[in-house]
Structure formats: structure tokens, C-alpha cells
Write a protein that binds this ligand. Structure first.
Ligand code: FAD
Length: 302
């Protein structure tokens, strides 16, 4: 068996037009926090994504696939092996209000295209950061809409090959799915998602999208964040509990609990993963101590 360094070098050479050695991940994450990875691949097409996965598999290199990294806290330590950013962006309006989308497509772009077309269902996602792959894995939702309500089927690739699965396969939970829980180990990657939408009026949908945009602007703080850090506990809001615990504006280094929305942690400059994790621990401890509520993470710690 060749050494890890030799296998990495071969991978980077074979994928050289789309692979970077020793790349920093921080600049590719909205939060601006992250260490290095051994090899970073930008997959712009299904062929590139499949080639990168196949080569990593053959060379027995660890591999992780992300979309836009809008929901992941990356470690300061190097991410070993191959990190793939899926940027494969395609979108097809099919019969009977079915929308087939490549997993690397921006979720907001898909939602805006559906609104313009007068297809109802995804309007809530017009301001959603991230890709369709991340949206499916996280069962993203907003303003009463949820991915699992619309997903009809998906094509996934795993070491066993490509298969089409239905929505039940994902075992969707609130802001989670079987891929969020097992993805790293099982290496099942979403290639395509098909959503079942319905007829709507473009003018009404556009008005609703504008209203949602306004609500996001009013409630969500600007700046570098991962969105909501904690999932809402049943019957309550994580942001309300954090605020009631007196933690708004609390900071560790350059990472601060937003004074505008307590469930957003903002990187104000040179924030680190360690500072972010300290704030998570502070919030969980204080909310448990003061209210007896366990706050579960909505973001993913990589
Ligand atoms: C300002 C802000 C506002 C937000 N608002 C909302 C909101 O209103 N509602 C909401 O639900 N979320 C919200 N989020 C969170 C985030 O936008 C969503 O979870 C988004 O869907 C993540 O997509 P991504 O491409 O960035 O995923 P990433 O962060 O890149 O990845 C998330 C997970 O999905 C996996 N993954 C990504 N693509 C694939 C694939 N093709 N196949 C297999 N696994 C894959 C990754 O390995 C990782 O485990 C917000 C985030 C921010 C920063």
C-alpha cells in the first residue's frame, strides 16, 4: 500500500484542473472560519463530482462533500483527505410542476426561478443561503415551508453506485435527515433533487417573496454567521431562551452572540472555531441552568 502522501499526490495530479493542494477553507465559508484541507475540489458538473468521488474511493482517501458551507463550523485543524465543494448547478422545469435540480445549485436561485415561473411551494427559500444538497440534508425550512414537504425523489451516489430514492428514504426530522447524521461515514451524496411544486400566480408569489425578504432583513443580523446555531426546542424558540438567559452581546474573542438575534453568532473579524465552541458551551450551560432546557445544535460541527 502506498503512503497517504503518495495517494494524495496522485489524486491531486489526476484531478489537477479542479483540485488545489493545501487549500484554506475559511475563505469558502460564509462564517470565515476554517482551517486547511489536504485537497480541495471544486466540482462544477456531475462528471467532475463523480470523478472526484471515484478517485478518492480508489485511492482510499477520506472524502467530504459540502455545498456552500453555510451551515458547518469547520475545525482549525486540517481536514484530512479530499474536501469537495459541489457547485454543479442545473435546473429543469418538467411536466406536472416537477422541478429537477442539481444538488450544487443555489437554493435561493431555484426558489426565485420557481417564483418567476409561477410555480408555488419554494417561495420560502428565496432568501435561503446554501445549495440544494445542503437544503435536503438539513431539511431546511422557513416561514412555515420545509424541504421534506416538497421533495419527491433524489438521485444519490454511494460506493454502491447511483440510485433514485424517494423522500421517505431520507428519514426527515426537524432540520435533519439520515444524511445529516450519517453522511460522513456512509458517503451517500445527493446528485439531483426533484421537487413537486404546484400552480401559483407569479405576481402573488413575487409579493410573498418580497415579504419574506423584508422579514429576513428585519430579523436576521447581517455579517458572517451560520444562521441559527441551535434548533428551536419543542414549543419554544432558542433565540428567546438565549436572550432571556441574558447572553445577547456575549463574546469570546471575535465571535459574538448577536445583539439583534440571539440564535446567531457573528464572526466580527478573526474569530476562531474554539471561540465559537466556547460560546456554544456557555449558551447550553446557562440555558440548562436557568430554564432546564437542552438546546440541540442546528449547525453541524465538522
Ligand atoms: C444567514 C443564514 C440564514 C439561514 N437561514 C436558514 C433558514 O431560514 N432555514 C434553514 O433551514 N436554514 C437556514 N440557514 C442554514 C443553511 O443556509 C441551510 O442549512 C443550507 O441548506 C445549507 O446548505 P449548504 O450548501 O451551505 O450546506 P453545507 O453547509 O455545505 O453542508 C451542510 C451538510 O450537508 C452536507 N451536504 C451538502 N451538500 C451535500 C450533497 N450534495 N450530498 C450529501 N451531503 C451534502 C454536508 O456534508 C454537510 O453535512 C441559514 C444560514 C445562514 C448563514
Amino acid at each position: 500500500m502506498r503512503s497517504y502522501a503518495e495517494r494524495l499526490a496522485e489524486f491531486a495530479w489526476l484531478l489537477r484542473p479542479i483540485a488545489q493542494r493545501n487549500a484554506s477553507l475559511a475563505s469558502h465559508s460564509l462564517l470565515g472560519i476554517g482551517g486547511m484541507t489536504d485537497v480541495l475540489v471544486f466540482a462544477d458538473s456531475e462528471a467532475e463530482l463523480l470523478a472526484a468521488l471515484a478517485q478518492a474511493g480508489k485511492l482510499e482517501l477520506p472524502v467530504r462533500v459540502f455545498g456552500s458551507l453555510t451551515n458547518c463550523l469547520l475545525p482549525a485543524a486540517p481536514l484530512r483527505g479530499v474536501t469537495i465543494l459541489n457547485q454543479m448547478s442545473e435546473l429543469y422545469f418538467e411536466d406536472e410542476y416537477r422541478l429537477r435540480v442539481a444538488a450544487g445549485t443555489s437554493a435561493a436561485r431555484v426558489a426565485r426561478a420557481a417564483v418567476r415561473r409561477g410555480w408555488d411551494g419554494l417561495t420560502w427559500a428565496t432568501g435561503l443561503p446554501g445549495t440544494v444538497g445542503g437544503m435536503v440534508v438539513n431539511n431546511a425550512g422557513a416561514f412555515g415551508g420545509t424541504t421534506s414537504d416538497l421533495l419527491l425523489s433524489a438521485e444519490i451516489v454511494s460506493p454502491a453506485g447511483i440510485q433514485t430514492v424517494d423522500a421517505e428514504w431520507f428519514d426527515f426530522q426537524y432540520r435533519s435527515s439520515r444524511l445529516k447524521v450519517h453522511n460522513a461515514a456512509k458517503r451517500e451524496i445527493v446528485l439531483w433533487a426533484t421537487f413537486q411544486l404546484r400552480e401559483g400566480g407569479p405576481a402573488q408569489l413575487q409579493a410573498r417573496a418580497a415579504e419574506y425578504k423584508q422579514r429576513r432583513l428585519q430579523t436576521q443580523p447581517p455579517g458572517r454567521s451560520l444562521g441559527c446555531v441551535f434548533a428551536n426546542p419543542p414549543g419554544d424558540y432558542a433565540g428567546r431562551l438565549i436572550e432571556a438567559a441574558g447572553l445577547k452581546g456575549e463574546r469570546r474573542g471575535d465571535v459574538m452572540i448577536s445583539p439583534q438575534h440571539a440564535n446567531f453568532f457573528i464572526n466580527q473579524g478573526q474569530g476562531t472555531a474554539a471561540e465559537y465552541l466556547e460560546l456554544i458551551q456557555l449558551v447550553q450551560t446557562e440555558v440548562r441552568r436557568q430554564f432546564g432546557t437542552e438546546l440541540e445544535l442546528e449547525i453541524e460541527i465538522v
